[in-house]
Design a binder for this molecule. Structure first.
Ligand SMILES: Nc1ncnc2c1ncn2[C@@H]1O[C@H](COP(=O)(O)OP(=O)(O)OP(=O)(O)O)[C@@H](O)[C@H]1O
Ligand SMILES: [Mg+2]
Length: 673
């Protein structure tokens, strides 16, 4: 169990995993506030976007290729982000980069739904148009109806009101319609991306999985997809709509009175002043908080997986103490983050208020001087509100977009992880073994530096039963991995009869193989289906026969639901030995030409092990069986025993021959008693 750091500086440590929970923690830092919009009293129907929760740099919580616990923050920084270090505010460039990033990431999925896209765009345009017409109608209402001497006032009034009423109703229906289509569109696109990502995962190499933390992968589906989802969910209503209305509002202002409009344009520089000074700090605070949150989740994570130890050693108090330390760090960071975020927003509303007073004063003066009509003044006021409201929306959406875009980068890192080398289309199959498996001068290294297998020469005749033994870490499992082509040798060749397996199609190789591991994962489906995974299409009778051979039939029958018992995630409900036997049944039903067992009976008691070994001997008739084990008592009957030490083959022969040699094997045998 990892020691808990006690100093706050170590918040950079994210620990084992950054599970989905982190999404919740992180989201808490920047989720949409439900408070009514402060910047714009003019309109309240639209939910206010997230407080500017610039979680910008928060995505690279974990990097799949760092081995050490402490992650390196520089790792994922690229040019844009360095840019941001120098100019700590949301520049237009940064915002555009974020939008472009989101667009690039989602477009391939979005474009598959052209009809929905068209409907959403149509709805957006309709809503924008109506929101522009509304204040304009105020002008006519006041100038041409309310303060006019004309005779047909009433009918004009009624016409305007009816037109607005009908328009409002139609627009409302259109907005409901397009919001629905937008939900369909975005959710479908997200589902497509998730599926693509999962499919990609299935193509990645064993090497990738051995060097990547589970949390680094699941965080892509959890917090990262969550951030993209958040940005895409609000893209239309918080990003596009306010942006279009902003443009329309500017045109309208200049149409109403260009002098006043010029003053109002000061809005743009002045709303940027506050964020310019504060948002850099807010970004940093958000980042620090997210790291603190990750640290907190790591503690919880560790605690859950270590509950046995916590209970056995009475570590409850210590555990709470560790948690509380992290919790306080998180609290401190959260205070800073929340307050700075609020200040980014406040600085905008305060500036807008100041400018508004100026516009209001000038407007009132011009109206008083009869330079502009009362209707123009009021309509202008209304557009001004609208504008400040929309600026608020756009500026607050930008951090959400930046976070989402950052997350797309993190997800893309995974997409860019090269799929394991594909078998060439014309790669030959490996015919079912008839003569031998031959390792010739095989070298192999996991890391590219130290060799884990050195100059291995080994021949396993077809139909033979052989064992690979040796001290822990000597490379026994690695030999099986090479034979299955989970990894390719760095030197030498492995042949099944005349086929070099590296040049052949993987499927044809694995079709004739079955393996049972020490730790066997059962899927969360029924026991019957778990066994049937060995050979899809096997009948229920085959399944039971395999279970009988694996000495697990009686146990399964004793379960209330028998073969239909669903095993629960990772087969938690079954003991290690029971899982092992189900896995053996899964291998048996496959009817493999080559059966590999990697400590496959290690979790069994002596009696059961002997029974299974007997079965395995029986079913190994006509097959090639390679057993990797520490239990020398179970290999005495083997045709050949290969002894590995530090990745080299040091001895081989039958049990008796090896004992006579008085070498490593004889020593191991003596130790085994
Ligand atoms: N994915 C990996 N990346 C890097 N090194 C690895 C990896 N898997 C195994 N090794 C190293 O390769 C060597 C051989 O490992 P292997 O698992 O083959 O040993 P083993 O003989 O099966 O041991 P045991 O009896 O404990 O199962 C060990 O030194 C191990 O640390
Ligand atoms: Mg092993």
């Amino acid at each position: 169990m990892a020691r808990k750091p006690t100093k706050p500086e170590t918040t950079t440590e994210t620990g084992e995993a950054k599970p989905e929970d982190l999404a919740a923690v992180a989201a808490a830092a920047g989720e949409p506030a439900t408070a009514p919009a402060k910047a714009a009293p003019a309109k309240t129907e639209r939910p206010k976007p997230a407080k500017p929760a610039p979680k910008k740099k928060a995505e690279p919580e974990e990097d799949e290729d760092d081995d050490e616990e402490d992650e390196d923050d520089e790792d994922e920084d690229d040019d844009e982000e360095e840019d941001e270090e120098e100019h700590p505010q949301f520049t237009a460039k940064e915002a555009l980069t974020a939008f472009a990033g989101l667009f690039r990431f989602t477009w391939p999925a979005l474009r598959k739904y052209p009809k929905w896209l068209a409907i959403v765009i149509f709805g957006l345009l309709v809503e924008t148009a109506f929101n522009v017409v509304f204040p304009l109608s105020l002008k006519f209402l006041i100038d041409d109806v309310l303060s006019s001497e004309a005779t047909n006032q009433l009918s004009t009034l009624v016409t305007i009101l009816v037109a607005l009423g009908v328009g409002g109703l139609v627009v409302s229906l259109v907005t409901i319609w397009y919001e629905y289509i937008d939900s369909l569109l975005m959710s479908s696109a997200m589902a497509d991306i998730r599926r693509r990502l999962f499919e990609h995962l299935q193509t990645l190499s064993a090497g990738f999985y051995s060097r990547t933390k589970v949390g680094a992968i699941t965080s892509r589906f959890g917090s990262d997809m969550g951030a993209v989802d958040e940005a895409m969910t609000h893209f239309v209503t918080w990003g596009m709509l306010p942006f279009l209305e902003l443009l329309a509002g500017i045109v309208l202002m200049f149409f109403l009175n260009w002098q006043l409009a010029l003053v109002a344009m000061l809005m743009f520089p002045i709303t940027l002043i506050g964020p310019r000074f504060i948002s850099g700090h807010a970004v940093d605070a958000a980042y620090q908080e997210r790291r603190a949150a990750a640290g907190l989740v790591a503690v919880v994570n560790e605690n859950i997986s270590a509950q046995n130890v916590v209970k056995a050693f009475e570590l409850r108090r210590t555990a709470i103490h560790w948690f509380e330390e992290r919790n306080q760090i998180e609290r401190t960071q959260a205070i800073r983050h929340r307050f700075l975020n609020a200040m980014v927003e406040r600085s905008v509303t305060i500036s807008v208020l100041m400018l508004h007073l100026v516009v209001f004063g000038i407007g009132a003066y011009l109206t008083y001087q009869e330079e502009i009509s009362l209707g123009t003044f009021i309509a202008f006021e209304s557009v001004f509100w609208e504008l400040s409201y929309n600026i608020g929306h756009v500026t607050q959406f930008i951090p959400v977009a930046i976070t989402g875009s950052g997350a797309t980068k993190h997800i893309n890192d995974l997409f860019n992880e090269p799929a394991r080398s594909r078998d060439p289309d014309d790669a030959p199959g490996v015919p079912r073994i008839t003569r031998e498996i031959r390792f010739t001068n095989v070298d192999f290294s996991y890391t590219g530096t130290e060799k884990q297998i050195t100059d291995l020469n080994m021949v396993v005749p077809a139909g033979a039963r052989v064992a690979v033994v040796g001290p822990s870490g000597s490379g026994k499992s690695t030999v099986l991995s090479l034979l299955m082509r989970l990894y390719d040798p760095t030197g030498g060749t492995i042949k099944v009869d005349d086929s070099d397996i590296v040049a052949a199609r993987r499927e044809s190789l694995r079709e004739q193989m079955a393996i049972v591991f020490q730790e066997n994962v059962l899927f969360d489906i029924s026991i019957r289906e778990n066994i049937r995974l060995g050979r899809p299409g096997a009948t229920d009778k085959d399944v039971e026969a395999a279970a009988k051979a694996a000495e697990i039939h009686r146990f399964i029958k004793s379960l209330p639901n028998g073969y239909d018992t669903v095993v629960g995630e990772r087969g938690n409900m079954m003991s290690g030995g029971q899982r092992q036997r189900v896995a053996i049944a899964r291998a048996i039903i496959r009817d493999p030409a080559i059966l590999m067992l990697d400590e496959a009976t290690s979790a069994l008691d002596h009696g059961t092990e002997q029974a299974i070994n007997k079965t395995l001997m029986k079913i190994s008739a006509g097959r090639t069986m390679i057993t990797v084990t520490h239990r020398l008592h179970s290999v005495t009957e083997m045709d050949t025993i290969f002894v590995l030490d530090k990745g080299r083959l040091v001895e081989k022969g039958s049990h008796k021959e090896l004992l006579r040699k008085k070498g490593i094997y004889a020593e191991l045998w003596k130790q085994a008693g």
